[in-house]
Design a protein around this ligand. Structure first.
Ligand SMILES: C[S@@+](CC[C@H](N)C(=O)[O-])C[C@H]1O[C@@H](n2cnc3c(N)ncnc32)[C@H](O)[C@@H]1O
Length: 261
């Protein structure tokens, strides 16, 4: 049983969204928590400049989490959070984008709850809304799109049944594929196979909100033939009629754009 004395000794863990890339897209609350943190456990997707806000003496733990690079396992990250929290520290778990969107926050929350640790979630700007802003388009539009779907592209090949491609293809929605770059040809193939038009506009946004941001506008038909290894990651794939509304030519330096076909 947890006594009052034990509870006082326990720390607190905040799962903080770092935002999509630009350091000033973190929330004020997230920033204040970093400024008072005693330990920070951060993903590679979180902008490293944010760590400059941590006080002297704050423990910094990099845990990786980027496609194709070495990372701590989720079990190791959970154990680290529990150990830092149990040692009575104020811990910030800094995660790219929003912690609750494809961030495995569920597993971290479960571990914290099991350890009897207090925690709070601080939302962040997720890659889909950051990418839409970069493109200058709305994710929903009364004429083109009545829903927006956040989809993981991760499972496409491993488990083709994991996604209902027919439903995705039929929805009058904007589809935002996270972790979809490596599987882009398969994603396009599956949607085409289920009846989505080859001329459906598709946008690829690499490193949204960073100075290296790059946008490519193409079509679903062309995406099926694209070489994923040529796309800079992290990147988001946005598919839907709203992509026709992208108005970026005069505001995105270095973009590579093609007219939607
Ligand atoms: C593990 S998920 C994490 C998502 C994150 N929790 C969020 O809310 O944005 C990683 C994927 O998010 C997308 N992503 C993250 N940051 C991005 C950025 N700055 N530009 C484009 N896509 C990004 C990419 O699809 C990447 O593969």
């Amino acid at each position: 049983m947890l006594t009052t004395q034990d509870a006082a000794k326990k720390g607190f863990v905040w799962l903080v969204g770092a935002g999509p890339g630009a350091a000033d897209l973190i929330t004020l609350r997230g920033l204040k928590l970093l400024q008072g943190a005693e330990a920070v456990v951060y993903d590679e997707l979180a902008n490293g400049d944010l760590l400059q806000n941590c006080p002297a003496g704050c423990e910094l733990h990099a845990v990786g989490k980027r496609a194709g690079k070495h990372s701590a396992t989720q079990g190791e990250i959970n154990a680290l959070l529990v150990s830092l929290g149990s040692a009575g520290k104020k811990v910030v778990r800094l995660k790219g984008g929003d912690p609750l969107v494809f961030g495995r926050a569920g597993e971290e929350i479960e571990a914290l709850r099991a350890a009897g640790l207090s925690f709070e979630i601080v939302p962040g700007v997720t890659a889909a809304t950051a990418s839409a802003a970069a493109l200058g388009l709305p994710l929903t539009h009364r004429d083109f799109s009545s829903a927006v779907v956040f989809v993981t592209g991760h499972q496409c090949a491993a488990n083709t049944d994991a996604l209902d491609w027919g439903a995705l293809a039929r929805l009058r929605a904007t589809l935002c594929f996270y972790m979809g770059v490596r599987r882009l040809p398969e994603i396009a193939h599956n949607l085409l196979h289920h009846g989505m038009a080859a001329a459906m506009p598709l946008a690829l946004i690499s490193e949204a909100t960073r100075s290296t941001q790059k946008i490519t506008i193409t079509t679903l038909g062309e995406a099926e033939r694209m070489a994923p290894e040529e796309i800079v990651q992290p990147a988001l794939v946005v598919i839907g009629e709203v992509v026709r509304l992208a108005d970026f030519a005069d505001r995105v330096p270095g973009m590579v754009a093609k007219a939607a076909g």
